[in-house]
Design a protein around this ligand. Structure first.
Ligand SMILES: Nc1ncnc2c1ncn2[C@@H]1O[C@H](COP(=O)(O)OP(=O)(O)OP(=O)(O)O)[C@@H](O)[C@H]1O
Length: 258
């Protein structure tokens, strides 16, 4: 589904060039839930943006379903990849339905009535009600914002879904509900998912594989059990002591993740 080869990401600062990734390789197979973990500022979100195409690599290649990312048209990209941004990134002046419909409406390929109907189907798919359609984002709870943003990410029926901290900021009940929703959508829509998360419950409940970003590249990919066993200071710090124990308990609780 995604092949990244020798990716270099860099930003020009007034006084220097900051390199975030150098010769980073990653392959994500169809149907996986690949979670990306790494230290703060290690470039996890930048990596998602490289796959989405809102950042351009300084060097290297990102291929989506066999095609170089930069060769895809806007329509080609949006029908392959959807992204749930960390804070939802809904337009505050638009209603929920207008937000969900936005990417499809912008393509101007379908009459407005059909666009609206498609958005309504997606709203219901993520567990929102028809009566939520006319609400503004400011009237929604944190969990409802995530659901509306997820409906928008899925409006073009992309086979690849990118999730940036999907459960950050949610209370435990909303977080559990959202994880269950993601699990059933992954199964029912046969999605491939690439997810950035710091949350261990979300990580172990959903991931089929984990990739660790450190030293400007992916230092290890593997099952949760394989990654926990990998000898590296970041892995040791990310799953230390009690957190590591909890991770192992979660692995027993969620055999899917082993
Ligand atoms: N547009 C940009 N211009 C300059 N620097 C940027 C830009 N976008 C990201 N960066 C820098 O790239 C680095 C990686 O950012 P990124 O948001 O990918 O980190 P992250 O691993 O997702 O971190 P966190 O876990 O804290 O969210 C950071 O140092 C950030 O300041």
């Amino acid at each position: 589904m995604v092949e990244i080869r020798k990716l270099t990401s860099a930003f020009a600062m007034p006084d220097r060039r900051v390199v975030i990734h150098k010769d980073l390789d990653l392959t994500v197979e169809r149907g996986e839930v690949m979670s990306i973990v790494g230290g703060s500022g290690s470039g996890k979100t930048v990596l998602l943006r490289q796959i989405l195409g809102t950042e351009t690599p300084a060097a290297g290649e990102v291929r989506i379903m066999g095609k170089p990312r930069e060769s895809l048209s806007r329509r080609g990209a949006s029908s392959r990849v959807g992204m749930l941004f960390q804070h939802g990134a809904l337009f505050s002046a638009f209603s929920v339905l207008e937000n969900v419909a936005f990417p499809l409406r912008e393509l101007k390929t379908l009459p407005p009535k059909l666009v609206e109907e498609a958005a309504m189907v997606k709203l219901q798919m993520v567990g929102l009600k028809a009566s939520d359609a006319d609400k503004r984002p400011s009237e929604l709870s944190g969990g409802m914002i995530k659901r509306a943003a997820l409906a928008r990410a899925l409006i073009m029926d992309p086979p690849l879904l990118l999730l940036d901290e999907p459960t950050a900021g949610l209370d435990p009940d909303s977080s559990d509900g959202f994880v269950n929703l993601l699990r059933s959508l992954h199964r029912d829509l046969a999605l491939t998912v690439i997810m950035v998360t710091h949350d261990l419950d979300t990580l172990f409940e959903l991931s089929t594989r984990i990739a660790v970003v450190a030293e400007q590249r992916i230092i290890v990919t593997g099952s949760p059990r394989e990654v926990i066993a990998f000898q590296h200071p970041f892995v040791h710090d990310f799953f230390p002591g009690e957190r590591g124990q909890r991770a192992m308990e979660l692995l027993r609780e969620y055999p899917f993740a082993i």
